[in-house]
Structure formats: structure tokens, C-alpha cells
Write a protein that binds this ligand. Structure first.
Ligand code: TA6
Length: 303
């Protein structure tokens, strides 16, 4: 079932008046619109991908003007779900970067409208041996709660008969006024792997600032980070992570952004920064048969 009929069927089964409704997005796929007081969020079934999180004061996420839900390619922007591996597969280099589920249709499993927020859960139904590289018996669930902030959780269950190695990330693109006005607190003193220097290990001194491409996996106590946008309409976003001992910080800058080819405009890199709650680098999760792991990011936007 596709298009309007699909959205109508989902509305019938999972719609919640005033909190959760389904629609066909102009980007070419089915989306859920979450509403809670003066906040809104949009979640695509393609990739279980948060496309937008708008608070009373502004859109908090960056999404490429070139983003599509029907191209079969990963969506540039919003919150890509990287699972069941982050970056390149550790053995099979021919498999897609950032795992298997960013470009697949997820299915709605439940929705909610509580006093604390509007919520949706999506399950990954494909896989289980039908997709190369899929860990036997592994399943994934993404839960999103829109309330005072935005919370997104990525739950892994190893229902298989063998241990599985898991890396993953909630690859969030935050909208910023200008990358030159951005600083990130909370990672001072952490060791990081510099992906621009063959993974060299370095130590972060103080706040992270940007004057060129940055691509780093921070390790250790990454539970609390704060994005400061000191540009016009200065604001900050608190980032609280659970189930994670690593965080990825990325801005492609001018040349890399141009090579990506899907950023929309040449200047787009100035208006985004990725701060990713992750299990990446040394932070590999090993799940025994029957084991479960949840990676959670909680975002609170200040003025
Ligand atoms: O999270 C940072 C990173 O791993 C960068 O190295 C860059 O590749 C970015 O992800 C985007 O990856 P993508 O596959 O979405 O183009």
C-alpha cells in the first residue's frame, strides 16, 4: 500500500487526535507528524528518520534542500539511524556505510499521546537473513518522544543464536546560524579519534570550535554535551546520552560538502553541525544471544 491510502490506513490504526497523524510528504514518502503543545516533529517511515524537530522558537534540525524519501539514497540531514554498524563495516567493505537501515522502510508498531509527550515506535521488519550483512536474529526498534524536548532511542535485540558486535549512531544534524559561531562543551579532556588523520588519538582541550572540516569520534564520558550557537538569535541545545561511551562530531566544511553533492547549496555546510550519540570507535557493544542494548539521545533546546 502506498501514498494516501497508506497514510489513511496508518491514521486509522495509529493516529492520535492532536498528537500523531500520518501524511504523504512532498519529499516522496509516508511521514508521521507529532505535535505536543507548541512543538512539532516529522518522522519518515523511510529509515525511521526524524526530518524535523520544531520548538516554539525555531527548527532545531538541519535538512538538505535536496533531501528525498523516494530516491533510495540516505537522507542528508535530520537524524539518520546508523545500525547495525557505524561507518564502514569492519569486515565487508562492500557493505553500505553506516549500516543497513537508513534506506529501508520501517513499520509503525505503536504511537502514544501522554501528558509528557507524543510518541511513535517503529520496527525494522526487513532483514533476518534477507539482507547481506544483517546479524542473524537481530532486530531494531526506534522510539521517538516529542515533549519538553526530543528523545530518540535505538533498541537492539539479539534474538539470534550467536553473539553480535554492534556499533551504531543517532547521526543528528543540528541547524546552526553559522558554523564559525558554534562551540560544543562537555567533551573537554576526552580522547578522540581524528578521522582526518588516520584515526590518530588526541585529547580535546576545552570547547570544540570549527575553522575547517572536523570528523572525530570522542571516547569516554560523553553523557552530557551542549551545543552553543553564539550567532544571531543565540541559543543552545543540551544533549544527554545513555547507553553510549562515544560521540561523533562532524562538519564537512566546503570541499567535502561539495564532494557529497547532496547538501543542496555550496554554503549549506555553514548551517549544520553533526553531534552524534553513538556506540562507535572503541565503544563496541557485544550482545550475547538474547541480549538487548538501548542507545538514547535526549535533546533540550534552550533559548
Ligand atoms: O559521522 C561522521 C561521518 O562518519 C563522516 O565521516 C561522514 O562520512 C558522515 O558520517 C556522513 O556519512 P554519509 O554516509 O551519510 O555521507
Amino acid at each position: 500500500m502506498v501514498g494516501e491510502a497508506h497514510a489513511a490506513e496508518l491514521d486509522r490504526r495509529f493516529g492520535k487526535a492532536g498528537a500523531v497523524r500520518f501524511a504523504v510528504s512532498p519529499l516522496g514518502g509516508t511521514v508521521a507528524h507529532l505535535t505536543w503543545r507548541d512543538a512539532e516533529a516529522t518522522v519518515a517511515l523511510f529509515g525511521a528518520h526524524v526530518l524535523s524537530w520544531r520548538t516554539a522558537v525555531r527548527e532545531q534540525l538541519w535538512l538538505s534542500p535536496a533531501a528525498r524519501l523516494d530516491s533510495g539514497k540516505p537522507v542528508r540531514g535530520g537524524i539518520p539511524v546508523c545500525w547495525p554498524w557505524f561507518g564502514a563495516h569492519e569486515i565487508f567493505t562492500g557493505l553500505p556505510s553506516h549500516g543497513l537501515v537508513r534506506t529501508r522502510q520501517w513499520q509503525v508498531t505503536e504511537t502514544g499521546a501522554e501528558s509528557h509527550g507524543a510518541s511513535i515506535a517503529l520496527g525494522m521488519v526487513e532483514g533476518a537473513g534477507r539482507i547481506g550483512g544483517w546479524p542473524e536474529g537481530a532486530t531494531a526498534t526506534v522510539r521517538i518522544v516529542l515533549g519538553e524536548g526530543l528523545t530518540i532511542s535505538l533498541e537492539t535485540h539479539n534474538a539470534g543464536s550467536a553473539p553480535m558486535r554492534l556499533t551504531s549512531a543517532l547521526h543528528t544534524y543540528f541547524a546552526v546560524s553559522d558554523i564559525a559561531e558554534v562551540r560544543i562543551d562537555g567533551l573537554g579532556g576526552c580522547t578522540y579519534l581524528d578521522k582526518l588523520d588516520d584515526g590518530a588519538r588526541r585529547q580535546q582541550q576545552g570547547a570544540i570550535r570549527f575553522a575547517g572540516e572536523v570528523d572525530r569520534i570522542y571516547l569516554g564520558d560523553t553523557a552530557h554535551m551542549r551545543l552553543h550557537d553564539d550567532g544571531p538569535g543565540a541559543r543552545h541545545v543540551e544533549i544527554a546520552s545513555e547507553g553510549s561511551r562515544s560521540a561523533v562530531v562532524w562538519n564537512p566544511w566546503l570541499e567535502k560538502a561539495a564532494r557529497l553533492g547532496d547538501m543542496g547549496t555550496a554554503e549549506a555546510y555553514r548551517h549544520m553541525v553533526c553531534i552524534e550519540t553513538a556506540n562507535a570507535g572503541d565503544d563496541v557493544v557485544t550482545l550475547a544471544p538474547g541480549g538487548r542494548h538501548t542507545l538514547t539521545a535526549r535533546y533540550t533546546a534552550g533559548r
